[in-house]
Design a protein around this ligand. Structure first.
Ligand code: C2E
Ligand code: MG
Ligand code: MG
Ligand code: MG
Length: 284
């Protein structure tokens, strides 16, 4: 009896493992198919000038609706795309899509704002990034300032391949480069000096408690001072309340992004925000 039980127990355990492995495999297959079939869409989150409330840019953020799971967050599917070795074709799609979208907005008569594209650190093993950006810009008759490139600190820390040369070339083309999630990675202030960075995105982790936590406020104040002295722009991520907005504004932060202004929205909704000249200057 004991043996049978043990056997059953083992079988059950093994089966559970298989189910888990199968789910994972199915998910990866679905991600693979989604990349091949361009199943993703891009949403856009406004970036707002802290002084006058004008939209000066947007961050493009990938969205995926899985046939049975529904909306899957990028924090789940981006790592899978990277593990599957598909980040290059995926980012190629993002770069093409942002260019086409910018041209469409231009043709529809909307004021043009810069759109930021997230570039995974895994991307920097390949050298074609500047070329892909150029093709999308030229193919859609866009000026270089139609795009911004967001890299993370890990891009600079890992320094894969020709990272520095690639970034220099992108800068020479006239695009701006920002450092995403600043302060959370393997930060070295040297990177800011050695890489062609034009803006720093202060991670929302620091913004979150800025009102109650004087240490977070002090860190942000120091990042802003550093950026200013290096001639860089600061973008605060994850601004959710008017208190956070006002404090960051009084600290001299240049640009804000967060639910306080708007969550990421589909392309038509973003165009409408730009058209309405959506403003947040009621800041007494
Ligand atoms: P990220 O680049 O740091 O993007 C900002 C994230 O913060 C977005 O999450 C955005 O929706 C969220 N966010 C914006 N404002 C607020 C706020 O006020 N409060 C809170 N709590 N969150 C806010 P999302 O869209 O889920 O994306 C997560 C991450 O996935 C991104 O972080 C980025 O690292 C990655 N990702 C998204 N799209 C792409 C893409 O096209 N390519 C690559 N390589 N990565 C992407
Ligand atoms: Mg980003
Ligand atoms: Mg970020
Ligand atoms: Mg972040």
């Amino acid at each position: 009896h004991a043996k049978e039980k043990g056997k059953n127990g083992f079988q059950f355990y093994k089966k559970a493992l298989n189910v888990k492995a199968k789910v994972r495999l199915d998910f990866e297959n679905d991600v693979r198919k989604a990349v091949t079939n361009d199943e993703f869409v891009l949403w856009y989150q406004p970036q707002v000038d802290m002084r006058d409330g004008q939209i000066v840019g947007a961050e493009s953020l990938a969205r995926w609706t899985h046939p049975t799971l529904g909306q899957v967050p990028p924090s789940d599917f981006i790592p899978s795309i990277e593990e599957l070795g598909l980040i290059v074709p995926f980012t190629d799609w993002v770069i093409r899509r942002v260019g086409e979208q910018q041209q469409a907005w231009k043709e529809q008569g909307y004021r043009q704002v810069r759109v930021a594209v997230n570039i995974s650190s895994k991307q920097f093993a390949e050298q074609h990034l500047p070329q892909k950006l150029r093709e999308s810009l030229e193919g859609n008759h866009l000026k270089p300032n139609a795009f911004e490139v967001e890299i993370t600190e890990s891009v600079m820390a890992e320094k894969k391949g020709e990272t520095e040369e690639i970034l220099e070339e992108i800068k020479k083309m006239g695009l701006t480069i920002s450092v995403d999630d600043f302060g959370t990675g393997y930060s070295s202030l040297l990177y800011l000096k050695n890489f062609p960075i034009s803006s720093i995105k202060i991670d929302r982790f620091f913004v979150k408690d800025i009102i109650k936590n004087p240490q977070d406020a002090a860190i942000i104040q120091a990042i802003i001072a550093l950026a200013k002295s290096l001639g860089m722009t600061t973008i605060a991520e994850g601004i959710e309340t008017s208190e956070q907005f006002k404090l960051l504004r009084s600290m001299g932060c240049d640009i804000g992004q967060g639910y306080f202004f708007s969550p990421p929205v589909p392309e038509e909704a973003f165009a409408q925000l730009v058209k309405d000249d959506f403003c947040y200057i009621e800041t007494k």
